[in-house]
Design a protein around this ligand. Structure first.
Ligand code: ADP
Ligand code: XUL
Length: 517
């Protein structure tokens, strides 16, 4: 069984893990944080903070420079890439990269004595990439839905109603506002397929997991949906890469990586997927039965589904499961960044947020509730112009810390019921999952034990497992090696807690609805 490399290009960082799939050992891990390590781009959280009217874009050359920096750093630390048999990766979902015809040619002839950024920058037709946090395309969503016959029809075809952060409406906006640059675009990649193409040295396919997050793929057939594609933008069918099964091999690694970093020329590349589909694999949740909550920049809740089910309220999504079949996903935009806003407002460290905040306040927060929407929320669609409290008055840092976290998970409990699963355990992952106080609130709100896995970054681990799966590895065996619950990490619900939250839930629902207009 091989040694594999899993990469994870997320909102705030790019990271790598090397897995020995024989022994189940994590051989190496490293990361580059866009804000700290590449401050020259002026994107401290991985995106341009100055975007107006809901626009959130990132510089794709920052991502690419991050990749060179990451591999260079690993090599300098003595990592030997020559034993790696297969590589794959995970990309933040929905973000898109717009490229001229020279992209394919450049990839085929990359010069290892130069950086990727200097060689690829000239191939962009759009110097910035809209990412999943963008909410500027309401008009385009409405136009596409109307052409196709309404949002129910879009959902029936693609697994989701038209969503602003999904790639289709973003492409339409580019087509409408920059027609010349759109016409010069030969290929539109997702973050995942952009990086996968760089590794393979040629344009490669988008996988079913990430492809389903575009409002362009037919969930039933796994092919591009002609009606959605033609409703989105003229000539789009010719600009989309192929769409393929997640375990698709894309040939041996580009000579750039062989010459520059010492990879074997026989190292296989496997197409990439989105971060949530990769996390599903990394968390050992490829088969239905396990619910995962990921606490990254956004908070997401996801699970494998035995059949394609869609959310009648339109907030949740159905994506391809990289292991085959489908997965559900619900995304809450106010995840870590909202918790960070509280931490920063009261000048707290995470340890104080947990120990002097969450641990020192009672379950239910003396009845204080917060709609924890520091940014306009997408689940539900609500712009409250900032957090709103159920009661007027002075509040301590500790109360606000509890209020933001309780508000987030009460909101999550309200919006996951369409999955019709009664969880018996929940696995958590992502940057904030190490916070015991947050884990405790989740266990209490859902009334079930919460587990953490033994590995850092489930998206990167999942990407590595997908690389191994692509070259013949058995997913069940890989899960038994890499997706184990960390000993002593389980947090059990406290007695009586679920009853408190059961009683709070109708009030919270009413509070939300009172703001929905
Ligand atoms: P992404 O994959 O979206 O880039 P990560 O999963 O790496 O995000 O999570 C990053 C976030 O984790 C940071 O924004 C930070 O707010 C949060 N975080 C890190 N450590 C803690 C902690 N101890 N408690 C709560 N949140 C934390
Ligand atoms: C999922 C979503 C986010 C991104 C970034 O739909 O928008 O979770 O994948 O992590």
């Amino acid at each position: 069984m091989p040694t594999v490399l899993g990469l994870d290009s997320s909102t705030q960082s790019i990271s790598a893990v090397i897995l020995d799939t024989d022994s189940g050992e994590l051989l190496a891990e490293a990361g580059v944080n866009f804000g700290n390590d590449l401050p020259q781009y002026g994107q401290p959280s991985g995106y341009d903070p100055s975007g107006a009217r809901g626009e959130v874009h990132s510089n794709p050359m920052m991502w690419v420079e991050g990749l060179d920096l990451l591999l260079g750093k690993m090599k300098a630390e003595g990592v030997d890439f020559s034993h790696i048999s297969a590589v794959s990766g995970s990309g933040q979902q929905h973000g898109s990269v717009y490229l001229k015809s020279c992209f394919g040619k450049k990839l085929a002839s990359l010069d290892a004595s130069q950086d990727l950024k200097d060689q690829l920058a000239g191939c962009l037709t759009r110097t910035s990439s809209p990412i999943w946090m963008d909410s500027s395309t309401a008009e385009e969503c409405a136009e596409i839905a109307e052409t196709v016959g309404g949002n129910d029809e879009v959902c029936r075809r693609s697994g989701s109603i038209m969503v602003e952060r999904f790639t289709g409406s973003q492409i339409r906006k580019f087509f409408k506002t920059e027609p010349q640059a759109y016409a010069e675009t030969e290929v539109i990649h997702l973050v995942s397929s952009f990086f996968a193409s760089i590794f393979a040295g040629k344009n490669v396919a988008i996988d079913h997991g990430d492809g389903a997050g575009m409002n362009l793929m037919s969930l039933a057939s796994g092919e591009w949906d002609e009606a959605l594609v033609s409703a989105t933008a003229e000539g789009l069918a010719e600009k989309l890469p192929a769409v393929a099964l997640s375990a698709t091999l894309s040939g041996s690694i580009s000579s750039y990586f062989v010459e520059k970093y010492g990879f074997s020329s026989e190292c296989e590349t496997v197409i990439w997927s989105g971060d949530n589909p990769c996390s599903l694999i990394g968390m050992g949740a490829a088969m239905p039965g396990k619910i995962v909550i990921s606490l990254g920049t956004s908070d997401t809740l996801f699970a494998a589904m035995s059949e394609a089910k869609t959310d009648p309220q339109g907030f949740g999504h159905a994506f391809g499961n990289p292991a085959g079949g489908y997965m559900s996903l619900i995304c809450f935009k106010n995840g870590s960044l909202a918790r960070e806003a509280v931490k920063n407002e009261f000048d707290l460290e995470w340890s104080a947020f947990e120990k002097e905040g969450l641990a020192e306040t009672p379950i239910g927060n003396w009845g204080l509730m917060m709609l924890p929407f520091y940014e306009p929320e997408i689940t539900p669609l609500l712009d409250t112009g900032g957090p709103i409290f159920s009661e007027e008055g002075e509040r301590s840092a500790a109360q606000v810390a509890r209020a933001v976290v309780e508000g987030q998970f009460l909101n999550m409990r309200l919006h996951f019921s369409w999955l019709e699963v009664e969880p018996t355990r929940i696995s958590i992952t992502g940057g904030a999952s190490q916070n015991d106080g947050i884990a405790q609130v989740i266990a209490n709100v859902f009334g079930v034990p919460v587990d953490r896995l033994d590995v850092p970054g489930s998206a990167g681990i999942g990407a590595g497992m997908r690389a191994a799966h692509g070259v013949g590895g058995d997913l069940t065996d890989l899960e038994s090696k890499f997706s184990q619950v960390q000993e002593g990490s389980t947090v059990n619900p406290e007695e009586g807690a679920k009853e408190v939250y059961n009683a709070m839930l109708p009030g919270f629902k009413g509070f939300l609805e009172s703001q929905s207009g």
